[in-house]
Design a protein. Structure first.
Length: 91
């Protein structure tokens, strides 16, 4: 998730772009800017976005977890084969 500083920076950047482009012949009042900024920040929170860094960390973690699962599945198959072989030798 974005931390509050990142949300504020994004909202500030968005508002700067909005103020620069603006509507022809109209200037946004400070109150309108603050309301738009607050709505934008709320939208970002609800969107449940993550930073690229957080995404990369989670992707790496998922890759390692998948590899560990494959290793454990292989170990389980080997143990099952070994157990089956031992049972066959007893019979």
């Amino acid at each position: 998730m974005f931390n509050p500083a990142q949300l504020k920076a994004l909202a500030d950047e968005w508002m700067q772009g909005l103020s620069e482009k603006g509507l022809p012949g109209q200037a946004l009042s400070e109150e309108m800017k603050m309301m738009a900024k607050a709505h934008f920040q709320q939208w970002l929170v609800k969107a449940n976005l993550v930073t690229r860094e957080e995404f990369d960390v989670q992707t790496d973690l998922l890759g390692r977890t998948q590899q560990r699962l494959e290793d454990l599945e292989q170990q389980l198959a080997e143990l099952q084969d070994q157990l089956l072989t031992e049972q066959e030798q007893k019979d």
